[in-house]
Design a binder for this molecule. Structure first.
Ligand SMILES: CC(C)(COP(=O)(O)OP(=O)(O)OC[C@H]1O[C@@H](n2cnc3c(N)ncnc32)[C@H](O)[C@@H]1OP(=O)(O)O)[C@@H](O)C(=O)NCCC(=O)NCCS
Length: 279
């Protein structure tokens, strides 16, 4: 996959994956999603693949990224008419070969609920951790007063966020968070203890060195959205009870979703709400 393929891959994702939540402005959403697809083509060209039909049209795509030894699957999609023939498996195998890390080194995949996806990830040696999504228009009465004081640090917070990410998931983020900031995301930093990235109610990522700080960062992300906007966050696994408590206090609704898949780690990083794009 080359950066120029991003438009065709975006169309494929639109046909095969649930629509991304958030942002009232469809043009901003499109620009942000294109950037989300182009960025790994630059950082991880060997991990970004397309499957072409005989006529050259695009029928599948996958993206794997490696950050400081942590491998992650950022995208896997195959058009419906090509499914069940091993295309998804072949794309995943090429992605798993990306990066110089050991075959059993740390890895993360945020799975859809598709049975073929979950089967392949488990068979590829990943442990599957059931997860919940949260969404709704929040009630803010229970927000801690300190959440309103959390700094919207912008680019000045990137160094702290990378250090926190390294402490919690074992790897920093390279240029990933800066790409989000270029596309309207906020970086909310609680001292050197926790941060959240959020864009208009969509919680993209939360990481904390301790649960109270992570909860404060999540509240700050909720408060950063326009009043009345829908808040959504994904992939709350069993280790993220701190986030489930915040979501329930804000009166968000819980629903089941695909599992967090891990390799080379005992459990998903915590306190941590990962990003499906850049994990
Ligand atoms: C998930 C997806 C990429 C799989 O692509 P695919 O080309 O159909 O996959 P494959 O044909 O290689 O099959 C993968 C495995 O799932 C199995 N499988 C295929 N379809 C299945 C189904 N409907 N139910 C259960 N298992 C299924 C296959 O037997 C194979 O297992 P095996 O290798 O152990 O035999 C494709 O279904 C897809 O794009 N789904 C929608 C988007 C999505 O959910 N992507 C995953 C994001 S995390």
């Amino acid at each position: 996959m080359l950066p120029d393929d991003a438009g065709a891959v975006l169309a494929l994702a639109g046909r095969t994956l649930p629509p991304p939540a958030g942002t009232a402005d469809p043009r901003a959403l499109r620009a942000g999603t294109l950037a989300r697809l182009e960025h790994p083509c630059r950082t991880d060209p060997g991990g970004c693949l397309v499957a072409e039909r005989a006529d050259g049209s695009l029928g599948g795509a996958a993206q794997a990224i490696v950050r400081e030894g942590l491998w992650g699957l950022s995208l896997l999609a195959v058009d419906e008419d090509l499914r069940g023939r091993g295309v998804g498996r072949a794309l995943l195998e090429r992605c798993l070969a990306h990066g110089a890390g050991p075959a059993h080194g740390p890895g993360l995949i945020l799975s859809s609920e598709h049975p073929a996806a979950m089967r392949r990830y488990a068979r590829a040696g990943f442990s599957l951790h059931p997860a919940l999504a949260v969404a709704g228009i929040p009630v803010l009465d229970a927000a801690p007063t300190a959440a309103a004081d959390v700094a919207d640090a912008g680019a000045a917070g990137l160094a702290a966020a990378n250090a926190i990410g390294r402490a919690v998931r074992g790897a920093g983020y390279g240029e990933d968070l800066a790409v989000w900031l270029d596309h309207g995301a906020r970086l909310l930093v609680v001292e050197d203890r926790a941060f959240a990235c959020a864009r208009e109610g969509r919680v993209l990522l939360v990481a904390g060195r301790d649960e109270p700080a992570a909860a404060l960062a999540l509240w700050a992300a909720i408060l950063s959205a326009p009043r009345g906007a829908t808040i959504s966050a994904d992939f709350l696994t069993a280790g993220q009870q701190w986030a489930i408590r915040v979501a329930l206090d804000a009166r968000l609704a819980l629903s089941p979703e695909g599992p967090v898949c891990t390799r080379g780690m005992a459990a998903p990083p915590a306190p941590y709400l990962p990003s499906g794009a850049w994990l």
